[in-house]
Design a protein around this ligand. Structure first.
Ligand SMILES: *[C@@H]1O[C@H](CO)[C@@H](O)[C@H](O)[C@H]1NC(C)=O
Ligand SMILES: *[C@@H]1O[C@H](CO)[C@@H](O)[C@H](O)[C@H]1NC(C)=O
Ligand SMILES: *[C@@H]1O[C@H](CO)[C@@H](O)[C@H](O)[C@H]1NC(C)=O
Ligand SMILES: *[C@@H]1O[C@H](CO)[C@@H](O)[C@H](O)[C@H]1NC(C)=O
Ligand SMILES: *[C@@H]1O[C@H](CO)[C@@H](O)[C@H](O)[C@H]1NC(C)=O
Length: 637
C-alpha cells in the first residue's frame, strides 16, 4: 500500500512540475510572438495592453520585453503611461499617436534630457521634411500637401529637443510629427517661447516629459449654439487645429519626490508676443476632456492618500500598537501634505528647508490656504482629514471651468482666472508621531512645541512662496484646535484669518487660562463648534460659539466619541450645503437651561469663506446626513 502511495505521490509531483514548465515555456513563446508582431507591424502595438493583461500572471518577465532596439526607448519615454493606444508610431526618441482622419497627430510624447538638448550631434539644417511610409497612403501626408496652405509646418516634437543624434533630429521631420500652425505670432512667437521654456525646465531639472497635441475646441455661433469648426486644406483635407496643448511633467530630483505637472493651451492664431506664458496655463483635466489623451499619469506613487476608511477596529489596533512609554521631544516632527484640485487623491509633501519641495509641489499662494490639524489618537489619513479635504475638493469642482467659449485669448484668460479662484491649497498636518501616544497629559504638555512647528511652517511658506497670512484658515479638531491656537499665538504680531475649531478638546484644557489653550486672540476670527460635553470644551472660547443640539449628545450618536467627531461632519457639510446650518443667539444659564433669543437674525455656522460673527448660538440639525436643516422655523421650539 505504501508503495502505491509513493508512486502516486511521485506522479503528482511530476505532473505539477511539467505543468509549470509547460506553462512557462508557452508563456515565453507568447512573448516571442508578441515581439515579432510588434516589430512587423507597429499598428499592432495598440493591442499591447490587452496582451499584457493576459500575461499579468508572469508580470515580472513582461517588463523585460525588449526584442528590438527600436522599441527600447518606450519604457523610458512612456514611463508615466500611454495617453491613449490608437495608431501608435514609435520613433527612436519620441512616440506619436496618429489621427488618420485629421492627418495630424493626436499627441506626441517626448522625454527631454540634457543630453538631447545641449548637444550638437543633430542639426535641423541637415534634415528634410519627409512622409512616413509606414502610414497607409490614403491617410498619409506628403511634402507637397502643405504648399500654398498659408500655414507653417509646425513641429509637435520640436527638432531642438532631439539633438543627441542626427537620426533623432531627422525623425522629427516626418510629416506625422508636423501640424499646420499659424506662423507669425504663433509658431514663430508664443509657441516658440513655450518650447524654449520647456527646454529651460529641462536645463534646471534634468528630466522633463512633454505631451503635445492639437485641440479642436467648440465655439459659440450667432444662434447661441456651439459648434466645432476648423479649416481643412488640400486634397488630403488636412485639419487645422483651433488650439494646441502641451502637458509638461517635471521629474523631481529628490529621492521619492513626485513629479510636477503643468498644462498649457494656446489658440492657433497670431498672438501678441508679449503675452505672459502663464496666462495660457490651464487645468490638466480640461486638456484631458478636450483631447482624447489621458495626460495625468494613472498611477503616480502618492506621498499621502486619504482613500481608505479607518475603522473602529483599526483605531483599536493602533491604540495598542502605540501603548508605549512616552517619547522624548526630539521625536517631534510634523509633516505637511498638500492636496489641490489637480491632485485631489494624491498629496505632495512639502518639507521645511527643502525649497524644491515647494516649487515642485504646486503650492500656489494665489489660492486660499486651508490647514487641517487632526486630533489626538487619530491618524493623518483618518476620517477628519478625508471628509474635510473631500468637501473642499468638491467645492473646488463646483466652480465653473472649461474652455467652452474660447477662441479669444481674452476669454481664455478669464476662464483661467475663474479656475484659479476655485482652487485651494489644502494642507494636512500630520503630527501622528506624537499624537499617537496614549499618554494624553504628556501630549497636552507638548501643544506649544507642536504649535511652534506649525507656525514655522507658515513662516517658511510666507518667506519662500509668498503666502499671505490673511489667506490662511486653520481647521482643527479636538486637540488639533489647541495646536492651531498655539500656532496662531506664536505667529504674532502676524495673524492668520480664521480658526475653525471643531469641538476643541476639553479634558485638562478646561482649567487652563487663555494663553495655554485656544482663545479668540489666536486669529482674526475664531469660530468654535461644540458638539460634546465629555470630550469637548463647553466654554465660549472664540468670537462665535455654535452649540448644535445644545452642544452635547448629538442625535443618533451611541458610540463613545461619536458626538465629538460629529463636529467635523457638520463643518464639512457646511462647505457645500445649499441649505446651510443656521444658528440663533442663545445663552446658557445652567447645565440644562438655555435661553434662546427670538431674534430675527440667524447666522450661518461654518462655510466658505468665513463670515465673522460674535456671540453664542444654538443650531438645530437632522439626525442623519445631510444634517443641515437650513434656516430654522421659529415655531419649532
Ligand atoms: C528592428 O526593427 C527594425 C525596423 O523594424 C529592423 O530594421 C531591424 O532589423 C530590427 N532589428 C532586429 C535586431 O531585429
Ligand atoms: C538626415 O536627413 C538628411 C536629409 O534627408 C540625410 O541626408 C541624412 O543622411 C540623414 N541622417 C541620418 C543620420 O539619418
Ligand atoms: C495611514 O498613514 C499611516 C502613516 O501615518 C500609514 O502607515 C498607513 O499605511 C496609512 N493607511 C492608509 C490606509 O493609507
Ligand atoms: C468608506 O466609507 C464610505 C461611507 O462611510 C463608503 O461609502 C465607502 O464605500 C467606504 N470606502 C471603502 C473603501 O470602504
Ligand atoms: C462681541 O460681543 C461682546 C459682548 O456681547 C462685545 O463686548 C464685543 O464688543 C463684541 N465684539 C464685536 C467685534 O462686535
Amino acid at each position: 500500500m505504501a508503495g502505491i502511495g509513493r508512486t502516486l505521490h511521485c506522479m503528482l509531483i511530476t505532473a505539477v512540475i511539467s505543468f509549470t514548465l509547460g506553462a512557462y515555456y508557452q508563456h515565453y513563446d507568447i512573448l516571442r510572438q508578441l515581439c515579432y508582431v510588434i516589430n512587423d507591424d507597429p499598428y499592432a502595438f495598440h493591442i499591447r495592453d490587452k496582451l499584457y493583461g493576459t500575461l499579468r500572471f508572469f508580470k515580472n518577465n513582461v517588463g523585460r520585453l525588449k526584442a528590438n532596439e527600436t522599441y527600447s526607448c518606450l519604457p523610458r519615454i512612456m514611463k508615466y503611461g500611454f495617453p491613449g493606444m490608437e495608431d501608435l508610431r514609435v520613433y527612436d526618441d519620441f512616440v506619436i499617436s496618429y489621427d488618420r482622419r485629421n492627418r495630424v497627430a493626436r499627441w506626441v510624447y517626448e522625454h527631454l534630457q540634457t543630453s538631447s538638448i545641449f548637444n550638437t550631434a543633430g542639426s535641423r539644417r541637415m534634415a528634410e521634411y519627409k512622409a512616413d511610409l509606414g502610414i497607409p497612403s490614403d491617410f498619409r501626408v506628403d511634402t507637397t500637401d502643405y504648399k500654398d496652405s498659408g500655414y507653417d509646418k509646425g513641429h509637435l516634437a520640436a527638432s531642438g529637443n532631439h539633438k543627441s543624434k542626427q537620426s533623432h533630429c531627422n525623425d522629427t521631420f516626418y510629416l506625422t510629427n508636423i501640424a499646420p500652425q499659424v506662423g507669425e505670432g504663433f509658431n514663430r512667437g508664443c509657441w516658440q517661447k513655450l518650447e524654449a521654456y520647456v527646454r529651460d525646465l529641462c536645463k534646471r531639472y534634468g528630466s522633463v516629459f512633454v505631451c503635445t497635441g492639437p485641440l479642436y475646441l467648440p465655439r459659440k455661433s450667432d444662434t447661441d449654439k456651439w459648434y466645432v469648426e476648423y479649416e481643412v486644406f488640400g486634397p488630403k483635407t488636412i485639419a487645422v487645429p483651433t488650439h494646441y496643448f502641451k502637458v509638461i511633467t517635471v521629474e523631481s530630483k529628490l529621492p521619492g519626490g513626485l513629479p510636477y505637472m503643468e498644462a498649457y493651451v494656446m489658440p492657433n492664431k497670431e498672438l501678441d508676443e508679449k503675452t505672459d506664458l502663464r496666462s495660457f496655463l490651464c487645468d490638466i483635466r480640461v486638456v484631458e476632456s478636450a483631447s482624447d489623451a489621458y495626460a495625468l499619469p494613472a498611477s503616480l506613487a502618492c506621498d499621502h492618500t486619504l482613500k481608505a476608511n479607518t475603522t473602529y477596529i483599526s483605531f483599536l489596533k493602533k491604540f495598542f500598537r502605540h501603548f508605549l512609554p512616552f517619547l522624548s521631544n526630539d521625536r517631534v516632527r510634523m509633516r505637511f501634505f498638500l492636496y489641490k484640485r489637480d491632485f485631489p487623491d494624491c498629496a505632495r509633501e512639502i518639507r521645511i528647508d527643502d525649497d524644491a519641495s515647494i516649487q515642485l509641489s504646486g503650492f500656489n499662494a494665489e489660492h486660499p490656504t486651508r490647514i487641517l490639524v487632526h486630533g489626538w489618537l487619530t491618524s493623518s489619513n483618518g476620517s477628519f482629514n478625508r471628509i474635510i479635504k473631500n468637501a473642499y475638493m468638491n467645492l473646488a469642482k463646483m466652480q465653473p471651468n472649461g474652455f467652452t467659449d474660447s477662441n479669444e485669448i481674452l476669454s481664455i484668460e478669464s476662464e483661467i482666472n475663474t479656475n484659479l479662484a476655485g482652487d485651494f491649497n489644502i494642507i494636512i498636518v500630520d503630527w501622528t508621531a506624537i499624537g499617537m501616544n496614549i499618554n494624553y497629559f504628556s501630549v497636552v504638555n507638548m501643544i506649544d512645541i507642536l504649535g511652534r512647528n506649525l507656525a514655522e511652517f507658515l513662516l517658511y511658506l510666507q518667506f519662500k512662496a509668498n503666502l499671505h497670512m490673511l489667506d490662511v484658515y486653520m481647521i482643527g479638531h479636538s486637540m488639533g484646535c489647541h495646536i492651531a491656537g498655539s500656532a496662531g499665538r506664536q505667529l504674532r504680531p502676524q495673524r492668520i484669518h480664521t480658526i475653525f475649531a471643531l469641538d476643541p478638546a476639553g479634558p485638562k484644557f478646561r482649567n487652563l487660562n487663555a494663553n495655554q489653550r485656544l482663545s479668540e486672540s489666536d486669529a482674526v476670527y475664531v469660530e468654535v463648534i461644540h458638539t460634546s460635553d465629555i470630550l469637548g470644551i463647553q466654554q465660549d472660547i472664540g468670537h462665535a460659539s455654535f452649540y448644535p443640539n445644545f452642544g452635547k449628545g448629538q442625535k443618533n450618536c451611541y458610540k463613545f466619541g461619536c458626538s465629538h467627531g460629529r463636529a467635523y461632519h457638520y463643518f464639512a457639510e457646511s462647505l457645500t450645503s445649499e441649505l446651510g446650518f443656521w444658528g440663533i443667539k442663545c445663552e446658557k444659564i445652567s447645565e440644562h437651561a438655555w435661553i434662546l433669543y427670538n431674534e430675527e437674525e440667524e447666522v450661518r455656522m461654518g462655510g466658505e469663506p468665513s463670515m465673522p460673527k460674535n456671540g453664542t448660538f444654538y443650531v438645530k440639525t437632522n439626525d442623519m446626513p445631510p444634517y443641515a436643516v437650513g434656516r430654522m422655523k421659529r415655531t419649532a421650539y
